[in-house]
Design a protein around this ligand. Structure first.
Ligand code: PNS
Length: 165
């Protein structure tokens, strides 16, 4: 079975993340969306909520079979390569919105390859979602913008609960 890991902060998940997960599903038998929690950095949403938003979005937006083939889990204070080894993943899959994403991701891909030999597969992001990031979603939402065409409904319903929301 071919397994891949799509790592990220997912704080919160966006339609860009879900597009990458859907496309990864076309190449792998199982896709694990790994919510990577940095214990030194407090996020906006709790890890359990980030996982719940992904699970609800997968059930709503990916095909019915995806519930069994796509999973979400959170991990704190651990190396991604160790999580991949534990899950039996043969690749890391990441979406690239543009050149700055590539510059950020390339050293991590090379380091991960150096550490355990795991490959990283980069998918070019959907151009219509190139400007969509979790941080910009939170910022514009906090100032009253409509983000309903950039995040799944599971996120839309939770954004107002954020302190700035
Ligand atoms: O959502 P992001 O900020 O693009 O996610 C970056 C993330 C969490 C995938 C990356 O920082 C990561 O893999 N962290 C886990 C710890 C780790 O393995 N660090 C070494 C990377 S070479």
């Amino acid at each position: 079975m071919r397994i891949c890991v799509c790592p990220g902060s997912y704080d919160p998940v966006t339609l860009g993340h879900l597009d990458v997960a859907r496309r990864a599903l076309g190449m792998f038998d199982r896709v694990v969306l790994a919510v990577m929690v940095n214990p030194a950095k407090r996020g906006s949403f709790e890890a359990a909520d980030r996982v719940a938003m992904i699970e609800e979005s997968v059930a709503e937006r990916l095909d019915p079979d995806a519930g069994r083939r796509v999973q979400a889990a959170s991990f704190a204070g651990r190396l991604l390569v160790d999580i991949c080894a534990e899950l039996g993943a043969s690749a890391i899959v990441k979406g690239l919105r543009g050149g700055s994403d590539f510059a950020y991701e390339l050293p991590m891909a090379r380091m991960n390859k150096h550490l355990t030999g795991i490959e990283t597969v980069f998918l070019p992001g959907d151009p219509s979602l190139e400007h969509v990031s979790s941080s910009l979603i939170k910022e514009v939402f906090a100032h009253g913008a409509d983000v309903s065409d950039m995040v799944p409904s599971a996120v839309l319903s939770r954004l107002p609960a954020l302190p700035s929301g």
